[in-house]
Design a binder for this molecule. Structure first.
Ligand code: ADP
Ligand code: MG
Length: 627
């Protein structure tokens, strides 16, 4: 198919006759219409064909020494699909019959020939050859098109049977092209779907062409796919159907609309919050000044205090609105996310205690290696707290919240609207009520809440959204009614170099003198992190998960040189444990770890390290204690 033969166009003819004069006469006759190649030896002609000569027509004499015309044409078939014509000296019926049967000749002429008749026979053969090739080209193009189209394509005859369909269509129907040819699509469908199909196809046949958007169940459970289906009547009841999957385009459209909406809301919320902030600043300042002037009047003072408190609440709300509209001043730092999550233990315990004694368990699945992100730590803590409170609210009968951290590499397009790169993913999942798609579509709108007045402000998720956006990250929410909710925050990972530059992750020199350290914490994750830090410094660690077992270790193992204990533990607090350990081993250095800021005073005489702490801080305390 390299050189296209065009009907009526110029083509090559191969002439074979052992008599040179005959070749000359034939060349005379044909050279106006053809490129003529001729030879007196059939073996040479075979060589030419084998070498790549592509004639449209071969005209061969029958009587030749060595190889007869019919035998030559038969052998020529293995190289050439040219139209073959035989020239016979006298009526050699046998040879003609043989040539027709084996050499597939298209005609024969008797010598001496009548020039006009021979010429018209040869040009007719050439046109047949050209047509045959044009048809083959057409079919190859059609087959290539059918198989390579991402669209689903099928042709049906007037009886609704598939006469052509491509792989994409066959796959969508759950079969192969071969298995479906000749079958009716309605056989594969439910009665209801078959009726719908019949209506759609009748409509297309009546109107010529019809296009519709069809919703189909997707692969995942509950997922849907959108197909744009066009049907065109080709005449005689033949119908071509083209189906295009437009799910992604629709999702993209939805996301764009959502992004537009968030942008508009952000602009509005930002403007309102900004003005309110100014008003509240004026109100608070005036209240403060007024408070100084009204003197001791307790009634008036109380009123002013109430007013101040209300204004302060207003100002807290305003700050969350500003966070949503990304007008917050972020204090971006390199933050060790595991540490931050661990440090929130006490805060969460206090905030999540259910009002009616229901229990919400917080589980942590932290990345085994330290993960650092560039984010504002206070804002991140607030965001996680918001997510945990939402989770608690969704589990009125108790349940579990899981906070997980992980460093992930995100490819382009993998997470909507998130550029490819390295991220720390923090997920907060719950086993609660989940959300309907309608609620899910609106959760980022400021003031959207499904909670009772006074219970929800509708500013939690907008704040979280604003924070991740402003930090250059993103977030996803997976939620289904009855299936719980999973919110994933993607925070830009901080690389080691950046951490260094921020002075946040200094190199920690190994301890000069390794010792045996007892680590006491009821929370296994925190304990492991602390023990890990210490091991990293070269120390040997023994772990205990409560005060009683810690005391037992101290009793049995005199080689313990230092104890690091959590303050808030069930049954025996860190303070109690310290006291009893001191009674046993007065010289034992002790370090208390706590998440409560106000606790420093309580543990007089015992150094306190506040969560979340960095390895360098722990190393420093330990070094001081080991003196
Ligand atoms: P608020 O908590 O004040 O209502 P949010 O912005 O935090 O405001 O949440 C908006 C709404 O999203 C909630 O009212 C609730 O309907 C829904 N929601 C948020 N988180 C969850 C969750 N974990 N499970 C179920 N629904 C949730
Ligand atoms: Mg909330």
């Amino acid at each position: 198919m390299t050189e296209e033969a065009v009907p009526g166009g110029r083509a090559t003819i191969l002439l074979v006759d052992d008599e040179a004069e005959i070749l000359t006469a034939l060349t005379d006759l044909l050279e106006d219409e053809f490129d003529v190649v001729s030879t007196t030896r059939p073996e040479e002609a075979l060589g030419m064909l084998a070498g790549g000569l592509r004639p449209a027509v071969i005209l061969s004499d029958q009587r030749m020494p060595g190889l007869t015309g019919d035998a030559f044409l038969e052998r020529a078939r293995s190289y050439s699909d040219a139209e073959a014509l035989l020239l016979t000296g006298y009526a050699e019926l046998e040879a003609v019959v043989g040539a027709v049967n084996r050499g597939r000749i298209a005609g024969y002429a008797a010598k001496p020939w009548e020039p006009a008749a021979l010429l018209s026979m040869v040009t007719a053969a050439r046109d047949r050859y050209a047509l045959r090739h044009a048809l083959e080209t057409e079919r190859a193009l059609m087959r290539g098109l059918l198989e390579n189209l991402p669209e689903q394509l099928s042709f049906k005859d007037a009886a609704g049977r598939f006469i052509r369909l491509n792989g994409a269509r066959a796959a969508a129907l759950g079969g192969t092209v071969e298995s479906l040819l000749g079958r009716r699509e309605s056989e594969l469908l439910s009665d209801e779907a078959a009726a719908r199909l019949a209506r759609a196809e009748a409509g297309a046949l009546a109107e010529g062409a019809v296009s519709e958007l069809v919703e189909e169940p997707g692969e995942a459970e509950g997922a849907v796919r959108w197909m744009q289906v066009s049907r065109v009547a080709l005449g005689d009841g033949v119908l071509v159907t083209i189906g295009r999957d437009v799910t992604e385009a629709r999702q993209m459209e939805g996301r764009l609309r959502q992004a537009d909406k968030m942008q508009a809301l952000g602009t509005m919320a930002g403007g309102v919050a900004h003005d309110f902030n100014n008003l509240l600043t004026a109100i608070l300042g005036s209240l403060q000044l007024a408070g100084r002037r009204v003197g001791e009047d307790p009634g008036l003072q109380r009123l002013l205090r109430n007013a101040t408190m209300a204004a302060e609440r207003g100002s807290a709300l305003t700050r969350r609105l500003l966070a949503f509209s990304r007008r917050n001043e972020l204090a971006l730092r390199t933050v060790s996310v595991n540490q931050l999550v661990l440090g929130m233990g006490d805060l969460l315990a206090r905030s999540l205690a259910g009002p009616n004694g229901t229990t919400v368990e917080v589980r942590r699945r932290l990345a085994p290696e330290p993960v650092t992100a560039t984010v504002d730590p206070e804002q991140l803590e607030l965001a996680l707290l918001n997510l945990c409170i939402n989770a608690r609210d969704a589990m009125p009968n108790g349940g579990a919240i899981t906070i997980a951290t992980e460093e992930v590499t995100v490819a382009a397009e993998q997470v909507p609207d998130l550029p490819a790169g390295s991220y720390v993913r923090v997920t907060v999942s719950d086993t609660g009520t989940g959300m309907t798609p309608e609620v899910l579509a609106r959760v980022f709108e400021p003031f959207f809440t499904t909670k009772d007045v006074g219970k929800g402000t509708g500013l939690g998720l907008p704040m979280v959204y604003g924070l991740v956006q402003q930090s250059g990250g993103g977030l996803t929410i997976d939620s289904r009614p009855g299936q719980g909710t999973r919110v994933a925050l993607y925070l830009p990972a901080a690389d080691g170099a950046a951490a260094q530059a921020n002075g946040e992750a200094q190199e920690v020199a190994p301890a000069r003198e390794p010792v045996r350290v007892l680590v006491v914490d009821d929370d296994a994750t925190v304990r492991e992190v602390t023990a890990g830090f210490l091991a990293d410094l070269g120390h040997e660690t023994v772990e205990a998960d409560d005060g009683i077992s810690a005391l037992r270790v101290l009793e049995s193992d005199p080689s313990v040189r230092l104890m690091v204990a959590d303050f808030a533990m069930p049954r025996m607090t860190g303070a109690e444990l310290s006291e009893r350990a001191r009674a046993m081993r007065p010289d034992l250095p002790i370090l208390l770890v706590t998440g409560y800021a106000e606790l420093a005073a309580l543990a007089a005489g015992i150094p306190v390290l506040h969560k979340p702490y960095r390895q360098a801080e722990l190393a420093e305390h330990v070094a001081v204690l080991l003196g």
